[in-house]
Design a protein around this ligand. Sequence first.
Ligand SMILES: [Zn+2]
Ligand SMILES: [Zn+2]
Length: 226
Amino acid sequence: VSRCLLSEIFYRECAGCNSFVDMGSYLCDSCLKTLPYVKNSCPSCGYPLEVETAYCMNCFNENKYDFLYIPFWYTGVIKKLLKEIKFRYGVRGIYFLKELISTLNYDFSGYDVVVSVPSHMIRKLRRFRHPADIISDVLADKNKIPKKGILVRHKYTKYQWQLKKKSRKINVKNAIGIKSDVSKLNILLVDDILTTGNTINECARVLKKGGASNVDCFVLSKGVFI
Ligand SMILES: [Zn+2]
Ligand SMILES: [Zn+2]
């Protein structure tokens, strides 16, 4: 066990407010109460909403997925947690994320397969774990459905942040491919953050083109300002 890993395990500060916590705990009791749960979502498409309405702007987009499940806003402790897992390999954070997902009340047992959105970061940062992979592992386990690495991200994809906003949509098109048969499958697609929705739409488009009968998405959090 590396020194870095040990200090991670014995770290005893709350990730939210730096107060003292029990060994291995990620958040103190008061920070646990600040988890930014989505309280309202569109009944037709599942899109998180600030206030309760019967339909939403997202319903008017030509979405390729069928329904969205998004439990949190990407802010506060959730934002800290995902950043920590992506950039610092936080062992405590990974453990907490797994626990958090397993406490959520969704029944996904009717899906045929869980598929995670392939990461573009992992290519360069091999030792870091993509949160979508962790989330999809837990969902597959909990609902007793198989998880398969069906989607691949082609190598020539330019990084999204290197591109101007207009070319982002074009960039993501043809960036995703499938490597096995998905015909007639009821698929749960998994990612960690929803921003523009371009990536999950492209994944869903490719899966539908491959014959999938239904593609719903579980995304852990929704960006607040987009
Ligand atoms: Zn705290
Ligand atoms: Zn909607």
